[in-house]
Design a binder for this molecule. Structure first.
Ligand code: C2E
Ligand code: MG
Ligand code: MG
Length: 557
């Protein structure tokens, strides 16, 4: 039972409340004298949530009734734990019904001030109403992508260490197609709820674009996050019921522990997004951490990515291309070269493409960079034509470039600007392209092959669906990855594989290029197969264009 509040207690409550309000920066403030269950709330909160007045008895119970029924349990448990002294602060995100009857997401942070004997004296805190800022995802009620970036920028600005997880469920498009859009929405709502429950006040949940969700946490350690993630994943794998249908979604998760603040929110997002794709595409949903798992270099990786990303905006300053000769397998004359991207900077030194391309290729900045690579390589190639008229320049593509609607037009435009004949250009695509809709890829290839551009399938055999891709699309050349020929001199299995690969290529009318020739021995044995061209350190490492122009390989032609 609440006791009557005295004038002195009310005076104390008011002065504390005002002190609190001064530092609350636009959030609502509440302060409760626990013994009397008498509290004061900001007038703006009273207005937004149609509360009885600034001074209330029993405000906690009133407030709880406004909380979304799905969020009440988590709220109650959190408050109870706070009063029992098991936790010291209350930091929870939940939905509250406003004056108009709509649920808005609020973040509530509160704490208890106690008497010397430990009894609670005041319960006070701040409530941030996210509904006011247009930062709410209408479907799930969660904070949206804008809010995610706003919060992330805030953490970076105050250099606060945080952990971020990006999650999604696989096969969501399939769910939409089979059960319809409405059902798909129910699944997303259920998933949002599931995440809120599992985070339980230890972080803030966001819905990013489409089916991606994120959690930013300032409190628990990385190992605990991993454990929690695994629990959620196992639970979903075992199956959940949504509207009478039994689903077994696969969860994917990219993770990043942010402890370097000399980067911006976009770089953090790009790296997190990359870790998420790795989890989805290559790790069957195991949590992939951006830092420790992907590089031995450790903590400066994010900063390096930031510098590389920024180079795109600075007119590609720091990027350059090296060219690795491709020679005829028998006459060893120079047929062309493959353009390979590098990045260099006074502080970080030379950075190989494997470090940054997989991260950048999903980033919007890659559109500009991809164009720059193509244009630069085509301009250089043009210079070789007077020496070798059929010189072919091979340029690597990322699947995101092919996805761009303007891709075909861009190639046409660049051919015109640079004056390179289309048949001297060969575009290399990798099996990562299986992520694309095969019919889209086919249309792009047909369009460009029509005008004479050639295509090569890079790293043949390293992915899951080489055969499928070779069968569906028509390649001029198949490039066999060096991992298949490293031990070709001794390994009879490798030899047998190579025979199969060359047979497949000839079935589909494609030429074969073998990569990674390092020794005379390799060359000699490989010349006995149906192979058309070679590329490898034995002939030359990737070199600057000036050096290639001087290369002794040219004199062989
Ligand atoms: P890739 O297209 O398969 O390129 C061949 C890679 O093998 C190059 O590595 C090359 O330096 C290396 N290599 C060639 N011969 C030998 C050899 O005899 N021994 C060994 N150990 N390695 C050899 P690099 O330049 O580090 O490129 C790695 C990958 O990065 C490329 O593999 C390609 O997938 C990607 N990449 C490079 N440049 C670009 C680009 O401009 N755009 C895109 N999208 N990807 C690129
Ligand atoms: Mg290549
Ligand atoms: Mg390759």
């Amino acid at each position: 039972m609440a006791t009557e509040i005295s004038n002195a207690d009310k005076f104390r409550l008011d002065s504390l409340f005002e002190a609190f309000s001064i530092v609350s920066e636009g959030s609502y403030v509440f302060l409760c004298n626990v013994t009397a269950d008498f509290s004061r709330w900001s007038a703006r909160a009273v207005d937004a949530f149609d509360l009885p007045g600034e001074y209330m008895v029993g405000a906690g119970a009133l407030w709880e009734r406004l909380i979304h029924p799905d969020d009440r349990k988590a709220y109650r448990e959190n408050i109870d734990a706070l009063f029992r002294g098991e936790i010291h602060t209350h930091d929870l995100q939940y939905r509250v019904k406003n004056r108009e009857g709509n649920y808005v997401v609020c973040t509530c942070r509160g704490t208890i001030m106690r008497y010397e004997d430990g009894r609670p004296r005041y319960f006070g805190g701040v409530i941030r109403n996210h509904g006011l800022y247009g930062h709410i995802d209408a479907l799930t009620g969660l904070r949206n992508q804008y809010a995610f970036f706003e919060d992330l920028k805030g953490h970076l600005a105050v250099r606060r260490e945080i952990s971020i997880s990006m999650m999604s469920t696989s096969r969501f498009t399939e769910i939409n197609e089979i059960y319809g859009y409405h059902f798909g929405n129910l699944v997303l709502q259920k998933f949002a709820r599931f995440l809120l429950d599992s985070v339980q006040g230890n972080g803030h949940v966001y819905r990013l674009d489409g089916t991606k969700f994120a959690v930013i946490s300032t409190t628990i350690d990385d190992e605990e996050i991993r454990k929690r993630y695994n629990r959620v994943r196992d639970k979903l794998r075992a199956g959940v019921e949504v509207d009478g249908h039994f689903l077994t979604p696969q969860l994917n998760c990219g993770f990043l522990h942010l402890d370097n603040f000399d980067v911006n929110d976009r770089t953090v997002y790009a790296c997190l997004n990359f870790a998420h794709s790795e989890s989805k595409l290559h790790k069957q949903g195991d949590m992939v951490q951006f830092y420790s798992e992907l590089t031995a270099e450790g903590t400066n990786r994010l900063e390096k990515m930031h510098a590389i990303r920024n180079s795109v905006a600075k007119n590609y300053n720091g990027f350059y291309l090296l060219y690795q000769p491709v020679v005829d397998a028998h006459s060893e004359r120079l047929l062309g070269a493959e353009a390979l991207l590098r990045w260099k900077d006074g502080h970080f030194g030379t950075v190989p493409p494997d470090f940054f391309i997989p991260v950048l290729e999903q980033d919007p900045v890659f559109i500009g960079l991809g164009r720059w690579i193509l244009k630069t390589a085509m301009e250089e190639a043009k210079k070789f034509l007077s020496l070798i008229p059929d010189f072919t320049i091979n340029v690597n593509l990322s699947y995101t470039q092919l996805e761009n609607q303007d891709f075909v037009n861009m190639i046409r435009e660049l051919l015109e600007i640079t004056g390179l004949p289309p048949q001297n250009l060969c575009l290399e695509i990798t099996e990562r392209c299986r992520l694309l809709d095969l019919s889209l890829l086919k249309a792009v290839m047909l369009n460009l092959k029509d005008i004479g551009v050639r295509f090569a399938l890079d790293d043949f055999g390293t992915g899951f669906s080489s055969l499928d891709i070779v069968r569906s699309l028509s390649f001029d050349t198949i490039k066999i990855d060096r991992s298949f020929v490293i031990d070709i001199e001794e390994d009879t299995k490798e030899q047998e594989m190579l025979s199969h690969f060359t047979a497949i290529a000839s079935t589909f009318g494609a030429k074969v290029c073998v990569e990674g020739i390092e020794t005379t021995g390799m060359r000699d044995i490989l010349q006995q197969y149906h192979v058309n061209s070679f590329q490898g350190y034995y002939y030359s490492r990737p070199i600057p264009p000036e050096e290639l122009l001087e290369s002794p390989l040219i004199s062989k032609t």
